[in-house]
Design a protein around this ligand. Structure first.
Ligand code: ASP
Length: 443
């Protein structure tokens, strides 16, 4: 059994957090490959080391008179690491490393290089603390000349390299381009490194340790103490993340999904919690009918009505082209017999609305064209809905009880989700009503 374990920034923000991580890793012999992030926030008002590095580099590439600022910022970063080293009582000095970093900053080694040092240095500390081998991600994670991740080359080199490493620490977030230049993934990208490593070693499990006990059924800013999701499929996760529920970097799913490796989201501060298991498919019956509910506000809708539109070949295409020509992406598109409605982001749409209206008139001469704004979309997601009769009925009676007027309903043909449109000001009440009917009343 092999587990790849990735720890997020808040799990490694201080020596105390490092100790928790050490205990977790030592508890199971199978936790052989460790992917650290850079130190994150110790308190809500603290600054992540990655952000400190970005600001420091910004100063470094400004004119020379800012040199002092740059050195001061670099000192502050060094102190973050040194306090971890002191707290762990390690016999380790990063002086030489910081000398090199300072030189490279002065040589304008690049913003990505700068940011990557956060995970690089944390990796060095972690490997010393655990007694695991340190493998620089620049030697095993590759990007092509265009800066796109090179999955094939990475998998080849990485799996060979790790075959000879019984236990190793590989810093997250970055790799190297063919010319050796450091390149990072987008923010939160250590999740991706973890997934790539899990694939390369054919891990049985990819554990992603963070500061929450998994995905929650609903947004805790809306629902007080929502329950966590035990098991979620990749498809359900995709639906919920699209609606804004985020814990994991979206691109982290692809490498492990293709290998059938499950991801387990765990909480470093509550290691006894089982967290959420993300799987390709499962026979396990979900605890509740719904797996999760999430949503987004601030949509506008454009409804186009024309009698007999279904018999007009290319009608929808012509309407959609108007949006394309105006560079507006379409978020959702329910339709009726003689109507089609297009949901777009209000801020994107507002400045172009008159152009879009004119364009639709020209393209299809509709009978009626109606606009609405300040709408919210809510996705109720769950593989359990397929096998349960009356799910939509329950949703709508709950919403009616909560005095929420439903503007739109759309059930995906996979029966995995039901999307509901409501007014922005009904958004919270609607999520609360849905959560209560499927979760609170079922406990
Ligand atoms: N340290 C990087 C960030 O703050 C990458 C990561 O934590 O995954 O985005």
């Amino acid at each position: 059994m092999i587990k790849v374990v990735k720890f997020g920034g808040s799990s490694l923000a201080s020596a105390e957090q490092f100790k928790k991580v050490g205990n977790i890793i030592r508890k199971e012999d199978t936790r052989r490959y460790v992917i650290p992030s850079a130190p994150g926030k110790r308190t809500p008002t603290d600054t992540k080391v990655t952000d400190m590095l970005y600001s420091c580099y910004r100063q470094a590439i400004l004119e020379d008179d800012m040199e002092e600022d740059f050195e001061e910022l670099l000192e502050a970063i060094k102190e973050r690491y040194n306090s971890i080293i002191r707290g762990l009582e390690l016999d380790l000095s990063l002086e030489e490393e910081f000398k090199i970093i300072k030189e490279n900053f002065s040589k304008k080694a690049g913003r990505d290089y700068a940011a990557s040092r956060g995970e690089y240095l944390n990796g060095i500390i972690m490997s010393k603390y655990l007694g695991y081998e340190f493998i620089d991600a620049a030697e095993v994670i590759f990007f092509d000349d265009e800066g796109e991740f090179d999955a094939e080359k990475t998998n080849e080199v990485l799996s060979e390299r790790l075959a000879s490493a019984e236990r190793a620490v590989i810093p997250g977030f970055y790799g190297a381009m063919p010319d050796g230049k450091i390149k990072t993934f987008s923010r939160g990208g250590s999740d991706i490194t973890g997934s790539i490593v899990a694939k390369a070693v054919h891990a049985d499990l990819y554990e992603n340790w963070t500061d929450v006990s998994g995905f929650l059924i609903a947004d805790p800013r809306i629902i007080k103490n929502p329950k966590a999701i035990d098991v979620i499929t990749y498809r359900e996760l995709r639906e919920l993340s699209y609606m804004g529920a985020t814990v994991l970097h979206e691109d982290a799913i692809f490498p492990v999904r293709k290998e059938g490796i499950p991801i387990n989201i765990r909480n470093t501060n509550m290691p006894e919690d089982k967290g959420t298991l993300i799987v390709e498919a499962t026979c396990q019956k979900p605890r509740f009918t719904i797996t999760g509910v999430a949503g987004k506000k601030d949509f506008a809708s454009v409804t186009v009505e024309k009698a007999m539109m279904n018999s007009e070949v290319g009608f929808c295409k012509k309407v959609l082209e108007v949006f394309e020509q105006n560079g507006i992406s379409i978020e959702h598109m329910p339709s009726g017999i003689d109507t089609m409605t297009i949901f777009v982001h209000q801020d994107e749409f507002e400045e172009k609305e008159q152009k879009v209206i004119a364009g639709i008139h020209r393209a299809v001469s509709p009978d009626v064209l109606e606009l609405e704004s300040d709408l919210a979309l809510i996705a109720v997601v769950g593989r359990g809905m397929r096998a349960t009769r009356g799910t939509s009925g329950r949703i709508f009676s709950a919403l009616a009880h909560a005095n929420v007027n439903v503007k739109m309903i759309d059930q995906g043909s996979s029966e995995l989700n039901i999307i509901i449109g409501v007014r922005n000001h009904d958004f919270h009440a609607a999520i609360q009503a849905i959560y209560d009917i499927f979760v609170t009343t079922q406990i």
